[in-house]
Ligand binder design. Structure first.
Ligand code: F6R
Length: 613
């Protein structure tokens, strides 16, 4: 939610770097954007509602091209509609400071009244402008920018990542964090800050993730860290494995399509180095996955949001079946406010692509306070979820830029599967031979995934999408381990195609939702051979009897034969079928959205990495 960047260089112009940084961060919010730069005694601010291209047009006169320092922002509106006035950076009207912010200032109304009573004038509806005035007030009292920032932040309640700059006797750039992510880095002649390492990769792969309550002072070649109370602090420099190429489209028209096609490689990266074939087991890096610790567990509590939550539901089916350990799964946003009751020896498993989702983090912290051991499945190495976990399974999916999550989901499901095997083996519930058989199937999945990602599947999916491009709404049905796949298929379609889609447990249809089925309504049914395949076939018959147009996805031949349209998926064991079944659903959403002219990588109202509640 909102992306911020900042740069200060000894020599050389930073404007283009700021704009390129914002391009990498646009996935975090894209309703307006802006920059503030300084080259002398004045700060110039340019900001614009709309996408980055609008801002680039505004900067095309080259007037700011030689600036040696600046900050930038790409916005996902929380307070105040998307408009030029509400776009960041904000200032205090003095022309000598500017600030960008990601997060929410909860007590902004009270602070705004206080500042207005002192004669300060506001020009936007944002909560952020309050922070600019607070900093400006302290600067006017003669404080350094870092101290002014500290004083201002001590007055606000809420969460933030900020970058603030000021010109005076010298130029100053300060970044601080309480909640949303912020990385900083020093290179020989510059220093940088950003909401995501992706914006820093063109300059360096050695970065520092600052922690909540940290303040960073940036100057060319140097970053000085302290706490918000002024005490010094140091944080480790972390080397990032991702390169710039991994974050590019590599010739695909959209990030989403590129990321769907990366899934066979993602599977290999998430799984293969961890398989212990002879032992019928898996080995995760780091401490915390040893037999003794896992044997003690009496329950697993999964907390996650959106697509990651769906991977969590699948993990529940897998862990309960393969390891016989009870698993609860909850929306992180519900868990944190419902006063959860947790039994002793529960581990809380946070699942998150970004590792920065505010609700997931809060739920994980609450569970830890309640005595649970925090563990996670996460894609981003230095993220907050990872840093706050006692044990981590990194998914190694690489940067996911498309707002609709695809490859991260497949990686999470695979991590969940491996966790189930590890738990089963550690708890003595899964025999060596069974472990080997399961892991053999996992190894065979890569060519099957590749076999699914062919022109044949693409054109079959495209034809079905064309047929239903005008449909008012869709049902997605599944049972067992493929019920969460139905939820995920519906979510993908809603997110990027803006069509009403409902994911449902197929057996639950008859208890109400079946009333919605009218002749011709498209019903996507996911079915693979396994315990519930026959039951799902009966559900298909029930839908057909009411005139529903059935689109069957999966390896269950009989379901495919019953359906009006069908996409056959290679066979695998029931437990791994979600990894294959989700692919046609991702492609269906993609083609449907394409046919409807939607902005696939930047769907309306959404942003990746939801760092607000
Ligand atoms: C859906 C999607 C979101 C995320 C959710 C959690 O395509 O991307 O539903 O899955 O916001 O995000 P992470 O996994 O970063 O915690």
């Amino acid at each position: 939610m909102c992306g911020i960047v900042g740069a200060v260089a000894r020599q050389g112009a930073v404007l283009q770097d700021l704009v390129e940084g914002l391009r990498k961060l646009e996935y975090r919010g894209y309703d307006s954007c802006g920059v503030a730069v300084a080259d002398g005694a004045e700060i110039a601010i340019r900001r614009k509602v709309g996408r980055l291209t609008e801002l680039e047009a505004l900067l095309a006169d080259g007037a700011l091209a030689s600036a040696r320092a600046g900050i930038g922002h790409t916005r996902w509106a929380t307070h105040g509609k998307p408009s030029d006035e509400n776009a960041h950076p904000h200032s205090d009207g003095s022309g000598r400071m500017a600030l960008v912010h990601n997060g929410i200032i909860e007590n902004y109304l009270e602070l705004r009244r206080e500042l207005q009573a002192e004669g300060r004038k506001f020009s936007s509806e944002t909560d952020t402008e309050v922070l600019s005035h607070l900093v400006g007030r302290e600067l006017a009292r003669g404080l350094s920018l870092a101290d002014a920032g500290r004083a201002a932040l001590s007055r606000v309640h809420g969460y933030y990542a900020i970058a603030v700059m000021a010109v005076g006797k010298t130029f100053e750039l300060v970044a601080a964090r309480q909640g949303p992510p912020l990385v900083v880095a020093a290179t020989a002649d510059a220093a940088w800050c950003a909401s995501d390492v992706l914006a820093l990769l063109p300059h360096t792969r050695d970065v520092i993730y600052i922690e909540d309550g940290d303040v960073a002072e940036l100057s060319p070649g140097k970053v000085v860290l302290s706490r918000v109370d002024g005490s010094p602090v140091s944080r480790p420099v972390r080397h990032i494995d991702w390169d710039e190429e991994a974050a590019s489209k590599r010739g695909f028209p959209h990030f989403m399509l590129k990321e769907i096609f990366e899934q066979p490689d993602v599977l290999a990266r998430t799984a293969f180095d961890r398989i212990l074939q002879l032992e019928g087991d898996v080995a995760f890096e780091g401490d915390g996955w040893d037999d003794a610790g896992l044997k003690r567990l009496e329950r697993l509590q999964v907390v996650a949001c959106g697509t990651a939550l769906h991977a969590g539901y699948i993990t529940k089916y897998l862990v309960e079946s393969l390891a016989r350990l009870p698993v609860d799964v909850d929306f992180a946003s519900e868990f944190r406010y419902r006063g959860p009751v947790l039994v002793a020896n529960t581990a809380v498993l946070a699942i998150s692509q970004s590792g920065e989702t505010a609700d997931t983090l809060a739920a994980m912290r609450l569970a830890r306070e309640l005595g649970c051991r925090p563990v996670s499945i996460c894609n981003v190495k230095g993220s907050t979820v990872v840093r706050e976990s006692e044990a981590v399974i990194l998914t190694h999916a690489g940067p996911e830029i498309g707002v609709a999550s695809t490859k991260a989901f497949v990686a999470q499901v695979i991590a969940g599967f491996m966790l189930a095997v590890r738990l089963g083996r550690a708890r003595g519930v899964l025999a060596v031979d069974d472990g080997r058989r399961l892991l053999d199937e996992l190894r065979c999945l890569r060519p099957r995934l590749e076999g699914l990602l062919t022109e044949k599947t693409l054109s079959a999916v495209r034809r079905i999408a064309e047929k239903h491009v005008k449909a008012k709404g869709f049902f997605f049905l599944g049972r067992g381990v493929n019920f969460p796949v139905a939820l995920e298929g519906a979510l993908k379609l809603k997110e990027i195609s803006y069509v009403h889609a409902e994911g449902y447990a197929a057996g639950e249809m008859k208890h109400g939702p079946i009333a919605l089925i009218e002749p011709g309504m498209p019903i996507v049914v996911i079915n693979s051979p396994g315990k519930v395949a026959e039951k799902v076939r009966s559900n298909i018959e029930q839908v057909k009897a009411r005139g529903g147009h059935v689109i069957a996805i999966g390896a269950d031949r009989e379901s495919l034969a019953l359906a009006d349209d069908a996409i056959e998926v290679p066979d695998t064991i029931e437990w791994l079928s979600p990894v294959l079944n989700v692919v046609p659903l991702q492609l269906f959403a993609y083609h449907h959205a394409l046919l409807r002219g939607c902005d696939i990588d930047k769907p309306r109202n959404l942003a990746k990495s939801v760092t607000v509640e």
